[in-house]
Design a protein around this ligand. Structure first.
Ligand code: XMP
Length: 513
């Protein structure tokens, strides 16, 4: 049995952070929308209710039937989760005089309560809420307070229900991970055996059961996610898997040939399909980013469908979708940030069912799985690259000529990052999460020799991150930036200006479109 903690998502920005912290405790967890509790799942050992952008009094506030979980599993409510429990079971939640935001100290802690085992006096926690619990339901007991919040944590021991008004999942709650460990391990009884090898074992077994003798086509992108998904599927169904690597005309310089060569060593059945001209034709004249994404998404499906027809009776489309792709595309509040091509960018009507063996994993977990599968290190360390490729890095209309310019500039930047070793011997490429060049839809005046030029500008983008949900611009050395800028302007015809993007995510995003 694959024990799991279930996180009910009420729409908080930190829900995925809760999941990360639980995974760091070598315990599998799943996030499901607040109203999609899987009642027949025998593997659940505990339930966490997340925070929410709403107040319990808002008309649109997300509500659930607590009877389905309380008494059946240990429950931990976080922020809105805690307020919702109190409010629903007869306590009182009121608007705090002012929003309580930031660092607070737990001035009172009931050290005998298992949730606070190992806590220190005055432990610092992170508060972020507009409402506060002013009265607990009958049978509930306060187990921690801050100066401003009396009911900062509560328990109903006989029902195994806990609630915390603060956010244990965020970095500034200094003993937050300990609190989650106390809940997940001591209270819920996790055996902490979720590891890359256990993931491989369970996933291969599940894939065998799910797919039986069915045929699967899988879209490879050359990146770590789809490659790991392919190796896992290959382990499960062998010859019934056909991998397809599409040249959509938006790949990096020489990437189509290089990646196909890379795959030769992995024992996969790979078909390379060059569909660049079809993609260029479909994209001609289109400027709007979401429209471009949808066209590219459809272009992939058209190629997969055509290949599947040749193979005959293919039921499934395999994809290397990972967890953050899904969170950003299918936000619970209904707002799409970007249609990632392998999630929201898919056409509504498709003749395939989706098989996404990595859909619950974060990138670093995918890399661990890849290493456990003995995949080559350069493949595992390859930077993430978006499905729509250079298409989302050419602002405005995409043309073959623009792609060529961008490929040259990008190649100089990426090679530069790989060759530049820092003082600890690690390349800049390995230090940053992801990097690329963006072709801007502006021209500017320059001077080369004695000639006036009027050419394009490009922006370099390099970010540090752990999961692409948030990112900071990488503080690359000035000498390096100077070298790359010179090389691009001297070697890439059509570019006379290079800028460096110093925006973090949020409020910007990693890709420009
Ligand atoms: P943003 O730009 O949303 O990107 O901050 C977050 C991460 O997702 C990648 N990305 C994509 N990956 N299909 C993908 O497979 C897509 O359509 C897509 N769009 C963005 C992006 O490169 C970054 O790693």
């Amino acid at each position: 049995m694959q024990q799991k903690i279930l996180i009910l998502d009420f729409g908080s920005q930190t829900t995925q952070l809760i999941a990360r912290r639980v995974r760091e405790l070598d315990t599998f967890c799943e996030i499901v929308p607040y109203n999609k509790f899987p009642e027949n799942d025998k593997n659940i050992i505990g339930v966490i209710l997340s925070g929410s952008p709403y107040s319990v009094y808002d008309k649109e506030a997300f509500k659930i039937d607590l009877n389905k979980i309380i008494g059946k599993y240990p429950v931990l409510g976080i922020c809105y989760g805690a307020q919702f429990i109190s409010h629903t079971l007869g306590g009182k939640v009121e608007a705090a005089g002012s929003r309580e935001y930031g660092r607070q100290n737990l001035e009172y802690i009931d050290f005998t309560n298992p949730l606070f085992k190992g806590f220190e006096n005055n432990s610092q926690v992170w508060m972020s809420h507009g409402d506060t619990i002013t009265k607990l339901p009958n049978g509930f007991k306060v187990i921690a307070s801050t100066q401003g919040v009396e009911n900062a944590a509560f328990v109903a021991l006989d029902q195994k229900v806990w609630g915390v008004q603060f956010h244990p999942e965020v970095f500034h709650s200094v003993q937050g991970t300990l609190l989650l460990k106390n809940f997940v391990v001591d209270i819920c009884g996790s055996s902490q055996d979720w590891s890359a090898s256990s993931f491989i074992e369970t996933t291969v077994k599940e894939l065998k059961e799910q797919l039986k003798d069915d045929k699967v086509v899988l879209g490879l992108s050359g990146g770590v996610d789809s490659s790991v998904a392919a190796v896992l599927l290959n382990k499960a169904i062998g010859k019934n898997l056909t991998c397809i690597f599409v040249n959509n005309g938006l790949l990096r310089k020489n990437e189509f040939e290089d990646v196909l060569k890379d795959y030769e060593g992995l024992g996969l059945n790979v078909r390379g399909v060059d569909a660049s001209q079809e993609f260029y034709a479909a994209l001609s004249g289109v400027e709007e980013p979401e429209k471009k994404r949808k066209i590219i998404g459809k272009g992939f499906i058209d190629v997969f469908s055509a290949e599947a027809l040749k193979i005959q009776s293919v039921k499934w489309l395999g994809q290397g979708t990972i967890y953050p792709d899904r969170i950003e595309s299918l936000n619970i509040t209904g707002k799409t940030i970007k249609s990632h091509h392998n999630v929201g960018g898919l056409p509504e009507k498709m003749n395939f069912q989706l098989c996404e063996p990595l859909k619950w994993l974060f990138k670093d977990e995918v890399r661990k799985v890849g290493r456990e599968l003995s995949m080559p290190e350069h493949l595992i360390k390859r930077h993430p690259f978006p499905g729509p490729g250079l298409g989302v890095r050419i602002l405005g209309e995409i043309t073959e000529e623009k792609v060529k310019i961008l490929q040259e500039a990008d190649d100089i930047f990426i090679k530069g990052l790989k060759n530049w070793k820092t003082s600890d011997g690690i390349s800049l490429y390995d230090k940053v999460w992801q990097a690329g060049v963006i072709l801007l839809p502006v021209k500017s005046v320059g001077v080369m020799g004695d000639e006036r030029t009027y050419e394009r500008a490009v922006a370099l983008r390099a970010v540090t991150s752990t999961d692409a949900m948030t990112a900071d611009w990488a503080h690359l050395p000035y000498d390096f930036l100077a070298e790359v800028s010179n090389k691009i302007i001297n070697n890439v015809k059509g570019v006379n200006r290079v800028a460096y993007d110093i925006s973090s995510k949020p409020p910007a995003t990693i890709e420009w479109e």
